[in-house]
Design a protein around this ligand. Structure first.
Ligand SMILES: O=C(O)C1=C[C@@H](OP(=O)(O)O)[C@@H](O)[C@H](O)C1
Ligand SMILES: C=C(OP(=O)(O)O)C(=O)O
Length: 436
């Protein structure tokens, strides 16, 4: 009998066809946030109906914003303006979404009301001091468990002052949290990062009429009297979701897959660079822009992959794609080394340890390091049973691994895929994958 919330993927002969992936998760969150604090009616098309983005919608509804859905991907946000947010009558539940809790921490710090945020078991283990610390330098009043390090977080809104924050990590969540707090503060707010993280907040702030300057790794906004105006946002396909299909089409022989309308913002497209360095056949066509965001169609055909080193500035450009890259690496010729990626330890799971443990269950040997992982190539993936540990990217990585395995791979806690790629099963099946 099939165990509940368990799903199996089988070895595949080829993957073929044209497909699309759901809207970008980072951009969908930001469209709800900026739509809510702008004045007027924002229309969002190709919104990601993943659980994380639905949590962001739920939080803003509780803050008094009227958000309606024409369909699950077409959303109308009736913006209330920055001053129009209301004190929520209950706790805001961010579910599994680190982006929601960290970005909202910044925004809620500058209000004139009290709010409390919490989330699932994974969220309540992830570090929140990385945003609490800079926000407190701006005057924010934030409390949480373990001396403020862990959610639930309670925030007493207050008047904020500008800072120039030198972030110790390249994190778009830290940067965006400070910038969203900065909108309230009178003066210039600056964030400098060691290397540039994804810049969707900066691009969307500009689109909504915000005053922003970017010079190298430093972003400056002028806060205080900012008024943002409603926009029509077309969300590009999520490159982090497309990554599973890119690796799948690369490793399954005789495959040819065209993924249409994918966001290829250079701060996110490290997966393409890494796979190309591994000898993948990837071509970008039909390059254009949705607003400020670059978009392209991505054609992937099977190839003989080789190992590579993934490090330095490349890491923030593909941080969420490391689990799926490890599947490609296990099958490639030669060793692959991932380093400078300590951030992987504080995602939905410790993605270094969990990948190491789960890879072993399907016969793949890897060596976890404090800041990365090493994996020898030319390994055979056996069948087996793995646990996603409720981490969407782990679950999908092993679904792709099964396509070239000796036998089926059973994935426990498969439901996690709904966090970022709710129709993953349907998209894979349409390309020729078999699952049950
Ligand atoms: O800002 C965002 O939308 C995100 C930033 C990244 O996290 P960090 O800021 O913690 O690197 C990424 O891992 C996450 O999936 C989404
Ligand atoms: C790390 C992720 O998201 P978040 O931090 O928003 O939970 C992710 O989607 O891989």
């Amino acid at each position: 009998m099939k165990k509940p919330n368990t799903f199996s993927f089988f070895p595949a002969k080829k993957l073929q066809g044209e497909t699309e992936v759901p809207g970008d998760k980072s951009i969908s969150h930001r469209a709800i946030i900026f739509g809510s604090i702008a004045e007027g009616t924002t229309k969002i098309e190709n919104f990601l109906p993943g659980l994380d983005c639905l949590s962001t919608i739920d939080c803003f509804r509780r803050l008094g914003v009227n958000i309606t859905a024409k369909s699950n991907t077409s959303i109308i946000v009736n913006g209330v303006g920055l001053q129009g947010l209301n004190e929520p009558t209950d706790i805001l539940d961010v579910g599994n979404s680190g982006t929601t809790i960290r970005l909202l921490s910044g925004l809620l710090s500058g209000t004139n009301f009290y709010s409390v945020m919490t989330g699932d078991a994974s969220i309540r283990k992830r570090p929140m001091d990385r945003v609490k610390k800079p926000l407190e330098q701006m005057g924010a009043r934030i409390h949480g468990r373990d001396n403020g390090r862990l959610a639930p977080l309670s925030i007493i809104g207050t008047k904020l002052t500008p800072i120039h924050y030198q972030s110790p990590v390249a994190s778009a969540q830290i940067k965006s949290s400070i910038l969203l707090a900065g909108i309230w503060a009178e003066g210039h707010i600056k964030v400098t990062e060691p290397t540039k993280s994804r810049d969707h907040t900066e691009l969307m702030y500009k689109t909504f009429g915000g005053d922003i300057e970017v010079e190298g790794n430093t972003v400056t906004i002028a806060g205080g009297s900012t008024r943002l105006s409603a926009q029509e946002v077309q969300v590009p396909g999520d490159i982090s979701s497309a990554a599973f299909l890119m690796v799948a089409a690369s490793i399954v022989p005789n495959s040819e897959v065209l993924i249409k309308n994918v966001g290829v913002n250079p701060t996110r497209s490290g997966i393409i660079d890494a796979l190309q360095a591994m000898n993948a056949n990837i071509k970008l066509t039909n390059e254009r822009k949705y607003g400020e965001e670059p978009v392209a169609d991505i054609l992937v055909t099977s190839s003989h992959l080789k190992g590579t080193i993934i490090e330095g500035n490349l890491i923030p450009r593909l941080i969420d794609e490391v689990p799926i890259l490890l599947i490609a690496a296990a099958l490639a010729e030669g060793d692959t080394i991932v380093k400078d990626a300590k951030e992987l330890r504080v995602k939905e799971t410790d993605r270094i340890q969990v990948m190491h443990d789960e890879l072993l269950k399907v016969g793949i040997i890897s060596t976890p390091k404090e800041d990365g992982i090493e994996i020898a190539g030319n390994q055979m993936i056996s069948g087996g049973t793995i646990d996603s540990h409720h981490d969407h990217r782990i679950g999908m990585a092993f679904a792709v691994a099964a396509l070239t395995a000796k036998d089926k791979i059973e994935i426990e806690n498969y439901d996690a895929v709904k966090v970022s790629f709710p129709n993953f099963t349907e998209v894979m099946t349409a390309l020729g994958a078999k699952c049950e």
